[in-house]
Design a protein around this ligand. Sequence first.
Ligand SMILES: [Ca+2]
Ligand SMILES: [Ca+2]
Length: 278
Amino acid sequence: MKKNRYKYLIPLVLISIFFVTQVNAETCQQYWFGSAGVKVYVYDDYRAWDFTVEDDLTVNFIEVQSVIRSASMIVGGDFGYVIHKIEILHNGVLIDRWDAETSPIEAPQIHQADVSPFEIKSGDTLTYRIGGGAPAFVPHVSFCYITGPNYVKLCGDNSAGEPLPDIKANGSDGPLTVSSSTPVSITVSLDPGGQAGQNADWWVYADTPSGSYSYVYPSGWRPGLTRAIVNPLFSLSSTEILNRTMPVGYYVITFAVDNNADGILDETWEDSVEVTVE
Ligand SMILES: [Ca+2]
Ligand SMILES: [Ca+2]
């Protein structure tokens, strides 16, 4: 009899390990700027892009992509390598700075760095800037352009933060435009932040040209507005809830969780994606 008790203990231990691992999962926010084919020239002065922080996070790692290339105005050709400074600032305070060795070939450069943990809050300003750095032998004539796509990505620990629901269409935060012959894949994921284990209403619904539809677990989509499930908040990895072609029109699909479990739509924490089918 005694021996049998342990068979219940093993699954419990496994569940605990799973739980801890999930709560400490890393969360990232990514801010895109620039686009391929559009050149923004950088001289000795800095060029800057500002972003508004979407969610609170304790950041301990950054990754930045810059698509850049050196060039020369004077000889109409290419000078070779030019050193530019790139800086990331949070509310005007420098977080990280590094040299970009800009070559005559347009190429994406990825910079990654562990940083001393710092808090970002929704609405804060994040700045990417690039400039300066003419080499000594050609002062004031070297420059580069930055094109795209570029991004600033901040990662960190959200285990004490707000829940972060995320919904994507074909892997994108949108807005997405597709043809009526292209399938649309909708995925949802949740970082529960400091609310893991709190019982909550979960909602997945779509505003469509033919009215509202809701995803109800486990049966699937139905007309009207209905709760997907009532369940404690947990770390939900990317899960597909739709994959099909859709009639021409404009759609907004929302994933939300509430800070209660009363069956009423509160959308305390929500994320939406817009899809236009042409
Ligand atoms: Ca999203
Ligand atoms: Ca509710």
